[in-house]
Design a protein around this ligand. Structure first.
Ligand code: FES
Length: 67
């Protein structure tokens, strides 16, 4: 477990490392459109901004708080 990490918004092809620099989910979305297409990355994006971690386990148990 924990081998597969989510580290980007595939729809806009931007890594969480890049997106973190926007400082907030709202600013990242407004500037890049991340998390607005398939929304599959959205819980991961929220957890990234909450935790500061830029690679998140596919099945991270904290995701249940960010759906
Ligand atoms: S992967 Fe981010 S909106 Fe689709």
């Amino acid at each position: 477990m924990g081998e597969t990490k989510v580290d980007r918004c595939a729809c806009v092809n931007r890594t969480f490392e890049e997106l973190k620099d926007f400082g907030s989910l709202e600013d990242a979305q407004a500037s890049s459109g991340c998390g607005l297409e398939c929304e599959g990355c959205l819980p991961y994006l929220k957890l990234m901004f909450a935790s500061g971690e830029t690679a998140i386990d596919l099945d991270d148990p904290r995701l249940k708080d960010y759906n």
